[in-house]
Each structure stands twice: as C-alpha cells, then as structure tokens.
Design a binder for this molecule. Structure first.
Ligand code: C2O
Ligand code: CU
Ligand code: CU
Length: 492
C-alpha cells in the first residue's frame, strides 16, 4: 500500500502536512498544508477516562423534557502537561453533555449559538420532523437560537448530536461539537444488562495538537480541508487521550461511538476476550452476538458487553485499534494503535447478564413490500466527491420517497480505493447484503450508517415513517460530506 492508500483506508496518522498560516478565530487554529504535523507524544494510560455529564432538563411537564445548550468556545485541559485546549463546545464540555430521552416522552432542546460561526445541530439517528433535523442549510446564526423538537418516537438506542453546517461540518465536529443522545425505555430496563455506572459511553475521536496544547484542523487552503478526510494522531476517548478506566470484576456495557471525522477503527482487547454485541445504531439486536473484534466507521455506534470477572484484581487489559494489523504492517510505531486501558481494581457482585433474547427488530421493514429501488453510486469525479456523479447542490433533490412505504436502496462504491460510510437521515435500515466480504454479524440490526469499502455494493431496506420533508443522504467521512458527497431527499 502506498501513502495515498493508507489515507484512503483511514490507517495513516500524522501524515498530514501542515503549517500555521491562518486562524479561524482568536484561539482556534486551522492549518494549511506544508510540513508534517506530529502531535506531542502522549503517554499511554496516564489520564483517567472522563464520563461526559448527563444534561439535566431546565424543566419538565407531563409530556416533555426541556433542555438548553449554549454552543461556545471554552478551554479544556486535554493533553497532560500542556496548556488547556481552546475548543468549541456544547455547554463548555467535550464531548457535549449526554442527553437521555425516555421513549414516549418528548424532548425540546434550545440551542444558543454563542460561537462566531453559523451552526446547525443534527440529531443523528433521530426520528424527527424535517424542521428539527438540523439540515446543513438550516443554520443558527451567531447570537441566535433555535428550538429543536425531538418527539418520543424512537426505540431505545444510542443516537448522537453533532454539528452539520454546510461545508463546515468537518471543522465544527473536529473542534468539539458532538455529544451522545441515549434513548431508554421500560422494555430496556427489564433487560438484565449492566446499568447505571456499569453502562459507559466510549466516544472515540482522533485529533492533532500543537506543542502549546491547541488543536489543529488541517486544510489545503483557506477554503478546502483535506478533502480525503482528516486523520489525527492523538486518540481521545470521551475527550481524554488514551485513558485508563478502573473496572470491577463484573460485566460492563460499553456504548462505542466513532466520533472521528474519517478514521475507521477495528477494536480488539489485548487478551483476545470477545465482545458481546447487543445494540447497533438503531436499537437492540434480537440476539447478542459474540465477536473477537469489530470495525467501526465514522458515526457507527455499537453497544458491547465485556465481562471482567475472569481477570484477577491487578489485571490490565488494553483496548487496541488493530485496523491494518497484518504481518509486516507499517504501523508498529503508529500512535493510534492503543485506545485505552481497563484496570481491574476490585471484586464486585454482578447481578447482570446478557439474555439470549434482547428486543425484536421492527417487523414493518419488509423488503418484499418495496415500492421503489434506488441506486446511489459514491465516487470521485474530476477531483470532487459525488453521488451518482453529481456533487451536492442546495436546490436539487435526488429522491422523493413516499411516506409510509418501504424502499430498497443500493449503495455502490464507484471505486478508486476509497472507503465511504453511508448515512441516511430520518430512517434506519436493515442491511440485506454486501458484495465481497458480506455482512458482519454485528451489522444485522437496525443501522443508520454502513461502511462501503472499495468496490463494495450494499443493499438495504428502509421504511419512510412519520415525517414528510427535506432530509439528506451523505457519506459520513465528514470531509467527503462537506465537499460534496451529499444529496437532498424529500419525503412526500
Ligand atoms: Cu451524523 Cu448527516 O449526520
Ligand atoms: Cu444523521
Ligand atoms: Cu466518503
């Protein structure tokens, strides 16, 4: 593989070349490419894992919980020994505070924009009206606010909210605008899975830092980011670099979110201990599946249960990123191989277990009822990212699915060696097939993002439920999305 392939595959860290030329604001930098960036080396497993705070409603009534978030710049201590890092935040923390919605209860979030740039806040995976989706053109200008309405329709799942501004999603997410959004329910409570402090979100991101602790978003020039995708060389989990996490000898549920702009990970434990996968983006798998490792592309989420009871107190288990881990691989020194460490520190009673039956998949996505089959080809044409050979255009609409119908969509990778995680707003889909390597066992649940590797075609079925209006389909390598691998979808 040459260097270009490595970038395509999301394997190469520290390969971007950059020199500070301009500044987006007084304290958040954007770099133009000229010489290699090599972030200061961060010692492994010296920082405790931070758990983002759960956002408390400002008020609640019989049907609805009301929240307020201010998007603002803040300085946060990220790299030990370096100065605090200026970042863009939801309420001053990165990742943003976790919002927890109860199925059946509505949520309304007032988003204040106290940044110097326009923003749009998308609830990724949300089953929400188009006016609350956070379309890339539905911007909140600096100094203004917008009220988002998230009805209590969704089944228990791990969604996330993040910035979605036209052409600036990559920068804005990278600088910190992302947080978890968990939907819970009575049915989920009845499952004997690990709960409370044993149910832990793990948001994995990669970024560049300068020697003074500031964060860097690399760009080709004033307008274009590295449009193949921005890969950092410092791995953060919940905003903490290569942290350690103290666990008891019992089961934990870890809710993984790949919140990176472009990097694809393959996670594996140093002991070879398998992961028991219980949930995909859209909800529970009907039955748990056990896997030795799993792949997660940008925006994919997976809940896994890990049992530490077989390890004596004092054991240390490393979560590794083994993407590209083949004999003779060129990444021996790569800074992105270690993700975090679990330190077994105490005994514990463990009333939890993983039941053979979780929650059933929805029964109304029946491919045989499909009323339309559409094909979307994701490719690079003339130096531009395209869908069906066209870059995004604000006024063009590329599909008009009908409300309350099932459709079958084929996502085709147009080649060139690129990888594309494909995401559709509003709906979740069931993957029916993938050419070549086939579907992974943990992809056989409700998905809203699915990775297309080189030359693959994936076929999915979805039902257009609940809302008419304007949504989007795009690659979730957010630099591909920004330039311009995205299409408007109008539900009619
Ligand atoms: Cu997570 Cu349209 O995005
Ligand atoms: Cu989305
Ligand atoms: Cu892409």
């Amino acid at each position: 593989m040459d260097r270009r392939d490595l970038i395509r595959f999301g394997l190469l860290a520290g390969a971007a070349a950059a020199v500070p030329v301009g500044r987006a604001s007084a304290s958040v930098s954007e770099w133009f490419l000229e010489q290699p960036v090599d972030s200061p080396r961060v010692a492994s497993f010296t920082v405790p894992l931070r758990i983002p705070p759960v956002l408390q409603p400002t008020r609640s009534d019989a049907t609805t919980d009301y929240y307020e978030i201010t998007q603002r710049e803040a300085s946060v201590q990220i790299i030990p020994g370096l100065r605090p890092t200026p970042v863009w935040t939801y309420n001053g923390v990165v990742p943003g505070p976790t919002i927890v919605q109860r199925q059946g209860r509505d949520v309304r979030v007032r988003q204040h924009n106290a940044l110097k740039v326009p923003v749009s806040t998308h609830l990724h995976g949300g089953d929400v009206p188009a006016t609350s989706d956070g379309h890339p053109l539905d911007l909140i200008q600096p100094g203004k606010y917008k009220d988002y309405y998230y009805p209590g329709l969704h089944a228990p799942a791990q969604l996330w909210y993040h910035d979605h501004s036209i052409h600036d999603t990559g920068r804005n997410v990278y600088l910190g605008l992302a947080g978890n959004y968990l939907v819970t329910s009575d049915a989920e409570d009845l499952l004997p899975l690990p709960k409370g402090q044993f149910d832990v979100p793990l948001t994995v991101q990669d970024k560049f830092f300068l020697a003074d602790g500031s964060i860097v978003y690399p760009r080709h020039d004033a307008l274009r980011p590295l449009d193949q995708g921005v890969f950092g060389d410092v791995i953060l989990v919940n905003g903490t670099p290569k942290p350690f996490f103290r666990v008891a000898r019992r089961k934990y549920r870890f809710r993984f979110l790949n919140g990176s702009n472009a990097r694809v990970y393959r996670f594996k434990l140093s002991t070879g201990e398998p992961f028991t996968v219980v949930q995909t983006e859209g909800g529970f798998l009907p039955h748990p599946v056990s896997v030795p490792d799993f792949e997660l592309a940008s925006s994919e989420r997976l809940s896994v249960v890990v049992d530490f009871s077989r390890y004596p107190v004092g054991s240390k288990i490393v979560l590794r990123n083994v993407m590209g881990d083949v004999p003779g691989d060129p990444f021996g020194e790569d800074k992105t191989r270690e993700v975090m460490r679990f330190d077994v520190v105490s005994d514990a009673a463990d009333p939890s277990r993983v039941p053979a039956d979780l929650l059933p998949l929805p029964e109304d996505i029946r491919p045989e009822e499909s009323v339309a089959t559409r094909t979307f080809e994701f490719a690079r044409n003339g130096g531009q990212w395209t869908i069906n050979h066209k870059p995004y255009e604000e006024r063009r609409i590329d599909a008009f699915p009908k409300l309350n119908t099932v459709e079958i969509w084929r996502f085709v990778n147009g080649g060139g060696g690129w990888w594309h995680p494909i995401h559709v707003h509003l709906v979740e889909f069931l993957a029916l097939s993938r050419t070549g390597r086939g579907l992974q066992p943990y992809e056989r649940g409700l998905k809203d993002t699915l990775l297309l590797r080189s030359n693959e075609t994936v076929t999915v079925a979805m039902r257009w439920n609940h809302f008419k209006g304007l949504y989007v389909l795009h690659c979730h390598n957010v630099e591909h999305e920004d330039f311009d691998m995205m299409a408007n979808i109008q539900v009619v």
